[in-house]
Design a protein around this ligand. Structure first.
Ligand SMILES: [Zn+2]
Length: 395
C-alpha cells in the first residue's frame, strides 16, 4: 500500500530536450518549446532552452526528445479511504493509476463505503471526513479531490452552506441518492452553486442494483455543472438523447471509460460538431463493477482518437486542460503559475505508429517513462503501460 507522500518542496527543476510538448490547452494543443523550469512545484518558465535560465537546478531531467504532457486528470472516480477500494477489494489502486499517468482525481462520491450513511448529518460528516482525509493523504502523490456528498431528500439550503463552510467543494453524483426528480435536483443543485459547490449528475441507466435511471429530461431540468458520464455508467441513454443533451445544455460533457464506448465516440463528435470541444472532459468512473483500470484514461484517449477519429493532441486536452478549467484546478496546463504535474510519454515499443501521436491515432496506448507531481518524480518507467521506447533520465 502506498505511503503518504512527503510534502517536501522540489526546489528548482529543469526539464529539457523535450521533443513534443502537449499543452493541455485545446486552443493551442502543441507548444513550440523544448524546456520547462519549475520552482518548488510550480512552473516558472516554458520556452526554448536558449531562453531559459537553467542555472542552479536541484534536478535536471533530459527527456531525450520524447513527449511531455500535463498529468492526466480523472474527472470521475469513486474513492473511499486511503488507497483501498472495497468495490473490488483492492489496495494500491491510486498508486497504480498514477503509473497510468493520472496525477489528479475528482471524486463523484464516496459511494462504495460499506454502510455509507444516508441520513443528512451522517452524509455531511462523511463528506467532510473524506475531504480532510484525502487532503492529508496522497497515495503516490496523486491529488484526490474528495468529499462529494450524495444528496438525499430533506436537505435544506443551510446544509449546503454548512458543507461549503467546512471545505466541501463538490457534490457526488446527483441521482445516486433519494433525490431523483428533476425539480428536486434543480433546487439542490442551485443551492450548491450558490455556495460554490460544483455538481455532477449521474446520466443513464442504473449502475448497480439499487441505483436508478436518470433520463435526459431530468438531466436538463437539474442543470448540474457536469453532465456526469454522458455515455452511461455503464448503461447509456440513446445516442439521440445524448446528442440532444450536448446541444440543449451548455454544461460540461463528461465521457467515461466505464461507459458505453459507442456513445462515448458519438458524444465527443457531437461536441466537435457543435463547436464546443472545451466542454468535453474525461474520467474512468472507477472503481466500479467493471473493476479498477490504472490505464483507463489512456485507453479512453486511444479509443476517442482512433475509433472516434479525433486528433490525439485534442483528446489529451479533454483529459487535462479542459478538466482543469471546468473543475477550477491549478494543474492540467503547461503554463507559468500552474502546478508542475507532468506525464512523460513515448511511443510504446513495437507500436505500428512512427511517433507517439500516430501510435495513439492507430489505437495504441503510449508508454509512460516518468510521472512528476509538484515537481517531484513519483515514478520512472511505468510498471503498468507497455514499455516506452525511450525514457527520460535524471541527470
Ligand atoms: Zn453514475
Amino acid at each position: 500500500m502506498a505511503d503518504a507522500v512527503s510534502t517536501g518542496k522540489s526546489g528548482k527543476v529543469v526539464i529539457k530536450n523535450i521533443g513534443l510538448l502537449l499543452s493541455g490547452d485545446i486552443d493551442r494543443p502543441i507548444l513550440d518549446a523544448n524546456t520547462i523550469v519549475v520552482h518548488d512545484g510550480i512552473i516558472t518558465a516554458v520556452g526554448l532552452e536558449k531562453d531559459c535560465d537553467l542555472e542552479g537546478a536541484k534536478t535536471t531531467i533530459d527527456v531525450h526528445q520524447t513527449c511531455v504532457a500535463p498529468g492526466l486528470i480523472d474527472s470521475h472516480v469513486h474513492p473511499v479511504f486511503g488507497d483501498w477500494t472495497p468495490r473490488q477489494n483492492q489496495i494500491g489502486w491510486i498508486d497504480s493509476t498514477m503509473n497510468g499517468g493520472v496525477t489528479t482525481m475528482v471524486s463523484a462520491g464516496e459511494v462504495h463505503l460499506p454502510g455509507r450513511p444516508k441520513d443528512i448529518v451522517g452524509l455531511k460528516a462523511l463528506a467532510i471526513t473524506a475531504q480532510r482525509s484525502f487532503d492529508n493523504f496522497r497515495p503516490g502523490g496523486v491529488k484526490v479531490i474528495a468529499g462529494a456528498p450524495v444528496i438525499e431528500k430533506g436537505m435544506v439550503e443551510q446544509d449546503f452552506k454548512d458543507l461549503a463552510e467546512a471545505g466541501v467543494t463538490l457534490l457526488g453524483e446527483v441521482g445516486l441518492g433519494s433525490v431523483k426528480a428533476g425539480y428536486e435536483a434543480k433546487e439542490m443543485v442551485a443551492w450548491a452553486r450558490k455556495y460554490r459547490i460544483q455538481s455532477t449528475i449521474h446520466t443513464g441507466g442504473p449502475s448497480i442494483p439499487g441505483s436508478g435511471l436518470i433520463d435526459k429530461d431530468v438531466v436538463l431540468e437539474a442543470d448540474a455543472d457536469v453532465i456526469g458520464h454522458i455515455n452511461g455508467g455503464h448503461t447509456s441513454l440513446s445516442e439521440a438523447h445524448v446528442c440532444e443533451l450536448c446541444e440543449k445544455s451548455s454544461r460540461a460533457i463528461e465521457i467515461v471509460h466505464n461507459g458505453n464506448e459507442r456513445v462515448a465516440i458519438a458524444a465527443a463528435q457531437a461536441a466537435l460538431q457543435l463547436k464546443c470541444p472545451h466542454r468535453v472532459i474525461l474520467g474512468t468512473d472507477g472503481p466500479a463493477g467493471s473493476g479498477v483500470q490504472p490505464l483507463g484514461m489512456l485507453r479512453l484517449i486511444a479509443l476517442l482518437s482512433s475509433l472516434g477519429n479525433i486528433a490525439p493532441e485534442l483528446v489529451f486536452c479533454f483529459a487535462t486542460g479542459n478538466t482543469a478549467k471546468i473543475r477550477k484546478l491549478n494543474c492540467g496546463l503547461i503554463e507559468v503559475g500552474r502546478a508542475a504535474d507532468f506525464v512523460f510519454m513515448d511511443r510504446a515499443q513495437h507500436t505500428a505508429g512512427r511517433d507517439l501521436l500516430e501510435s495513439v491515432r492507430l489505437g495504441d496506448i503510449p508508454g509512460i517513462g516518468m510521472v512528476m507531481i509538484d515537481g517531484i518524480v513519483r515514478s520512472e518507467r511505468s510498471r503498468n503501460t507497455p514499455p516506452a521506447t525511450t525514457v527520460p533520465t535524471v541527470a
